[in-house]
Design a protein. Structure first.
Ligand code: FAD
Lengths: 354, 476
C-alpha cells in the first residue's frame, strides 16, 4: 500500500483487515519484527509550509529528510535536534523520512542544548488505528491548547498512529562552529563534560570516543572564538577538528560485527555504566549527550541490561532481546491502555515496542 | 461560564467525607470551615468563584495517595491546586469537590550539579527553584511573570512559559521527571535524571494536562549554567508593521535573542505612567535581550541594532549598565499591573504565526472599536504568543460578558490565522467552550480517551479543558 493522500491512507486503515507495518524510508530498523502488510508513507511527501522568519516548517510525513535539510540550509536554518541517520550503523538503504525521524524521536548530539526531536516538534497530524484523522498541536511554537499528544506520538514507533504531517520550530544555523578536544580516557570524561556543561559557554555537543572528549560550541563568529578559547583554557584542552556527524550516527561501529546497544542514563553515570558493560563483555563504547547516551558494541545475543543502575537500554542492531527496555508494571499498563485507545484493533505496527 | 451542577449526594455526605479525610491526615491538614475554604474559592481568574466542599493539604506523596484513594472510593471529585495563580480557572473548584493543595510540599530533595538537575517537591515556587541553585551559578529556565508566587506543580500542569522561552523552551522542555499519584491512589515514577524515556513519552503527555491525569508531588527539573551576562536594547517604532518586520529580519539574520518583547501604544502609555521607565510615546516598542560575555553581547547587539536602524526606529536605546537594563525592563514587567490601574482587565494568550502580527493587531483594533472596550497588547514577539489585555469594568453590569465575547472573537481570530487559543496559560474553564474552534470531534475525543486511561471515572478536575457538552457522558 502506498497512499498519495491522508484521506486515502485513512480509508486504507479503516478498511484494513489485519496488521499493517508502517514504512517511511525503511532506514531505521528499530524494535521487534512486525508481521503485517507494508504501508509506505513515501506518497505523502512535500513541504507544506516554510516561514523562515517565524522559524517554522511543516512537512508531510513521507518527505525525505534530505529535501528538508537542503531547503533549510539554503536559508541558513536547520532542524534543531540533529536527527541521527541509522544507515551506516544498521547497513540499511533508502532515504530517511521526516516521519521516521519523529516516530523514533531520533535526536543527535545537540540534544543537550536544543532538546530532542520531541522538543522541536510542535504539531502532528496522524491517522489512528480506526482510520480517524487526528490533529494535535499546530504550527506555532507556544501552544498549550489541550493535551500534548505531539510528544506522545514522537517516539511511539508507529504504534499509536500513522503520522501524515509534522510541524517543527527551527533554529538559525550556526554561523560558526568550533570543537574543544581533551585527550583522556573514559573514566574522567564525564567529569570533563560536566565541567563544560557547568560553565557559561553554552555547549551544543559533548561526547567521548577513543580517548578523546569533544565539546562543541556554535553561534556567531566572535562568540564562538571567545567561548572555545575560554573553554580550552578551563579544561586544558585544545581547539581542533572533530566529526560530529560520525559521532551522531555511531559510524565507528558501522563496519564491525556484533550487537549494538543504546543506553540512556544520568550523564555522570555514563562511564560507570561503560565499565560495567565492558565487564559483561562489551567490545567498545561511545559516549554522547555528555555521558547520558552510551553506545555499546557487544558480542551477539549478550544481555547487557544487568549493567544498568538506572535509565534504560535498547538493542538497535543484532540479536539480543527484548529490543525495548521493559518498563515498570504500572507504566507498562498505562502504555498498553493508551495503545488500546489509539489502536483498538491492534493493527498498527503490532508488537514493535514489545 | 457554566459549571456542572453539583452532586446532591456529595453535598449531603459532607460530614462523612470530611471525617474520612481526617482519619487519613492530621487535623490541621483538612479544612472544611466555610470561612477558611473561601480562601480557595478561585484562582487568578477571579471573576469566577465557588468554595469547595473541603480542602486537604497533604505533606507527602504517601498522604496524597491515601487522600486520592479515599476520594476515589467515595466518588468525590478532586481539584489539584498549586499557588492558585492560574489565569484560566484551572484551579477553580466546584461545590462538590475537594481542593488538594500542594502548599506543604516545598522541600528541595536533591541537587545534582554534575547531572544538572534539581529534584523538588511540587509545591515549591518557581523562583525559589532558581534560588536554590543560583549561588552555584545555575538557574531554572522557565520564568513565568508570576514566578514569585506560582508553584512548579502549576507550571507542570499548565506547561507554563516565560519571557526567556524563545531560547530555553517552556516547562515541558525543562522537565526530566515527575512523581505523580493517580486518582486511584497509585504512585507513578515517570522519567528521571536521564534524558529520554524507554517507551512512550508519558512525561510529555502529563506536562500541560491541567491536573486532569494525576497529582504531581515531586519533579526533577533541568538546571542550566547561568550565562555570564545579559543586556537589553529598547527600540521604538511608529508602526506595528515595521516593528514586526524588524523582528523578522533579526530572526532571519541568525541571531537568537533570549527575549523579544513587544508592547503597543496603550500598554506603553500605561506602563510609562505607572513606572516612569522613560518609554517613548510610540506605536510599538521592542525590548530585545541577548546573553553571553561582554564581547558576545556586543556582537549580538551590534547585529540587532544594525538591522533595527534600517527600519528607521523613532528611538533606540542600548542599555549601558545594570541600572539602565532594569529601567528598560521595569515598564514591561509592570505592564499587567499598570493596565490593572486603569481598569479591570482580562488577559488573553492566544498564539499566532508571527507573520500574521500586523493583520491580527489591525483586527484587534477594529474589535476594540466595535465592542467599545480598550485593548492593550503585550506580546512575546519571537514566538507569537500574544497577550491582549481587554479593559472592562467589573462593577458595570454586562461589561464582563461583553469582554468575554470580545475575547472569544480575538481567540477565534488567532486560530483562523493559523495559531491557537492558548500559548501558556492553559484552557481551564476560560477557553473550554472554544476548544471546538481549534479541534474537531475526533481531535477532542482522542484527548478525552487519554483521560479515560488515567482517570476512568473522570474525578480529577473534571469540568475543565473539554467543552462541557463534549465531556458530559464521560463525567456522568
Ligand atoms: C500576574 C500573573 C502573571 C502570569 N504570568 C505568566 C507567564 O508569564 N507565563 C505563564 O505561562 N503563566 C503565567 N501566569 C499564569 C500562572 O501563573 C501559571 O499558569 C502557573 O503555572 C500556575 O501555577 P500555580 O501554582 O499558581 O497553579 P494553580 O493556579 O494552583 O493551578 C493551575 C493548574 O494546575 C493544576 N495543578 C496544580 N497543582 C497540581 C498538582 N500538584 N498536580 C497536578 N495538577 C496540578 C490545577 O488543577 C490547575 O489546573 C501568570 C499569572 C498571573 C496571575
Amino acid at each position: 500500500m502506498r497512499p498519495d493522500t491522508e484521506a486515502e491512507l485513512a480509508e486504507l486503515v479503516k478498511t484494513a483487515s489485519g496488521p499493517i507495518e508502517i514504512i517511511g524510508g525503511g532506514t531505521r530498523k528499530l524494535g521487534e519484527h512486525v508481521e503485517g502488510v507494508p504501508l509506505l508513507t513515501g506518497g505523502l511527501s512535500g513541504i507544506t509550509l516554510y516561514e523562515p522568519e517565524a522559524l517554522t516548517l511543516v512537512a508531510k510525513a513521507g518527505t525525505p529528510l534530505a529535501e528538508i535539510n537542503a531547503l533549510l540550509a539554503k536559508n541558513n536554518q536547520r532542524l534543531p535536534f540533529e536527527p541521527l541517520d541509522y544507515r551506516a550503523l544498521q547497513g540499511s538503504a533508502g532515504e530517511p523520512t521526516i516521519g521516521g525521524a519523529v516516530a523514533t524521536n531520533a535526536s543527535g548530539p545537540r540534544r543537550i542544548s536544543a532538546g530532542a526531536c520531541r522538543d522541536s516538534l510542535i504539531g502532528v497530524r496522524f491517522v489512528d488505528g480506526m482510520g480517524r484523522i487526528i490533529k494535535n498541536g499546530g504550527r506555532v511554537m507556544k501552544n498549550v491548547t489541550g493535551y500534548d499528544l505531539v510528544k506522545l506520538l514522537a517516539g511511539s514507533h508507529g504504534t499509536l498512529g500513522i503520522l501524515t504531517e509534522v510541524s517543527f520550530k527551527l533554529l538559525p544555523a550556526a554561523l560558526a562552529t568550533a570543537t574543544v578536544l581533551v585527550a583522556e580516557d573514559e573514566t574522567t570524561a564525564a567529569t570533563t563534560m560536566a565541567r563544560a556543561l557547568g560553565s557559561p559557554y553554552d555547549i551544543s555537543g559533548a561526547g567521548h570516543i577513543a580517548g578523546t572528549t569533544a565539546l562543541r560550541l556554535e553561534g556567531l563568529e566572535g562568540s564562538v572564538a571567545y567561548r572555545s578559547e575560554a573553554l580550552a583554557a578551563l579544561l586544558s584542552g585544545k581547539v581542533g577538528d572533530f566529526d560530529w556527524r560520525a559521532l551522531c550516527d555511531v559510524q565507528a561501529f558501522a563496519g564491525f560485527e556484533g550487537d549494538v546497544w543504546r543506553f540512556s542514563v544520568p550523564p555522570s553515570q555514563g562511564p560507570v555504566l561503560g565499565a560495567a558493560l565492558r565487564k559483561l563483555g562489551a567490545i567498545d563504547i561511545i559516549y554522547d549527550w555528555a555521558g547520558g547516551l552510551v553506545w555499546a558494541l557487544s558480542p551477539d545475543g549478550l544481555d547487557l541490561r544487568p549493567a544498568l543502575e538506572s535509565g534504560h537500554g535498547t538493542v538497535v542492531r543484532g540479536t539480543a532481546t527484548p529490543r525495548f527496555h521493559p518498563e515498570p508494571a504500572p507504566v507498562a499498563a498505562l502504555a498498553s491502555a493508551l495503545r488500546a485507545r489509539f489502536d483498538p484493533r491492534g493493527i498498527l505496527n503490532p508488537g514493535r515496542m514489545g | 461560564m457554566q459549571m456542572p451542577e453539583s452532586s446532591a449526594r456529595i453535598l449531603a455526605d459532607k460530614a462523612k467525607i470530611v471525617a474520612r479525610l481526617r482519619k487519613i491526615l492530621p487535623e490541621e491538614s483538612v479544612i472544611d470551615n466555610p470561612v477558611e475554604t473561601k480562601a480557595y474559592e478561585c484562582d487568578a481568574l477571579a471573576a469566577y468563584r465557588c468554595p469547595p466542599l473541603a480542602v486537604v493539604l497533604p505533606a507527602s506523596t504517601d498522604e496524597t495517595a491515601a487522600v486520592l484513594k479515599a476520594c476515589f472510593e467515595m466518588g468525590v471529585p478532586v481539584v489539584p491546586r498549586g499557588a492558585g495563580t492560574s489565569l484560566a480557572g484551572g484551579a477553580l473548584p466546584t461545590a462538590d469537590s475537594i481542593i488538594l493543595g500542594v502548599a506543604k510540599l516545598t522541600d528541595v530533595l536533591e541537587i545534582d550539579y554534575d547531572n544538572r538537575f534539581i529534584r523538588v517537591e511540587a509545591g515549591r515556587t518557581n523562583l525559589s527553584v532558581t534560588g536554590a541553585v543560583e549561588t552555584n551559578g545555575f538557574f531554572y529556565a522557565p520564568d513565568p511573570s508570576s514566578q514569585l508566587a506560582c508553584a512548579i506543580a502549576g507550571n507542570i500542569a499548565m506547561n507554563s512559559g516565560g519571557a526567556h522561552c524563545l531560547k530555553y523552551g517552556v516547562t515541558t522542555n525543562n522537565l526530566l521527571g515527575v512523581t505523580m499519584v493517580t486518582m486511584e491512589g497509585e504512585i507513578l515514577e515517570i522519567g528521571g535524571a536521564h534524558l529520554d524515556s524507554a517507551g512512550y513519552d508519558l512525561l510529555g503527555l502529563i506536562c500541560g494536562s491541567e491536573g486532569q491525569l494525576g497529582v504531581v508531588t515531586e519533579a526533577t527539573l533541568r538546571i542550566l549554567a547561568k550565562p555570564e551576562g545579559a543586556r537589553p536594547v529598547l527600540i521604538g517604532f511608529d508602526s506595528n508593521v515595521v516593528a514586526g518586520a524588524c523582528v523578522s529580519d533579526i530572526i532571519r539574520a541568525g541571531v537568537l535573542p533570549v527575549a523579544i518583547e513587544f508592547m503597543d501604544r496603550p500598554v506603553i502609555r500605561a506602563a510609562e505612567n505607572f513606572t516612569h521607565a522613560g518609554y517613548p510615546d510610540v506605536e510599538a516598542l521592542l525590548i530585545i535581550e541577548v546573553e553571553g560575555s561582554e564581547a558576545e553581547i556586543k556582537e549580538q547587539l551590534d547585529t540587532i541594532i544594525k538591522i533595527a536602524r534600517k527600519h528607521n526606529p523613532v528611538e533606540l536605546r542600548e542599555s549601558g549598565s545594570p541600572e539602565e537594563s532594569a529601567t528598560i525592563w521595569k515598564g514591561r514587567k509592570a505592564a499587567f499591573g499598570a493596565m490593572g490601574q486603569i481598569n479591570d482587565y482580562m488577559c488573553l494568550d492566544g498564539t499566532i504565526p508571527v507573520s500574521q502580527l500586523p493583520k491580527v493587531l489591525r483586527r484587534i483594533t477594529e474589535l476594540s472599536e466595535q465592542y467599545g472596550l480598550d485593548v492593550g497588547n503585550v506580546f512575546h514577539a519571537g514566538d507569537g504568543n500574544m497577550h491582549p489585555l481587554i479593559l472592562y469594568d467589573a462593577n458595570k453590569p454586562g461589561d464582563l460578558e461583553k469582554c468575554e465575547d470580545m475575547g472569544a472573537d480575538i481567540l477565534k481570530l488567532c486560530v483562523e490565522v493559523g495559531g491557537c487559543l492558548t500559548g501558556e496559560h492553559g484552557v481551564g474553564v476560560e477557553k473550554r467552550e472554544l476548544m471546538h474552534v481549534q479541534y474537531n470531534e475526533a481531535d477532542l475525543d482522542i484527548q478525552m480517551a487519554v483521560k479515560d486511561v488515567f482517570d476512568p471515572e473522570w474525578l480529577l478536575n473534571p469540568a475543565k479543558v473539554f467543552p462541557l457538552d463534549a465531556s458530559a457522558e464521560r463525567r456522568a
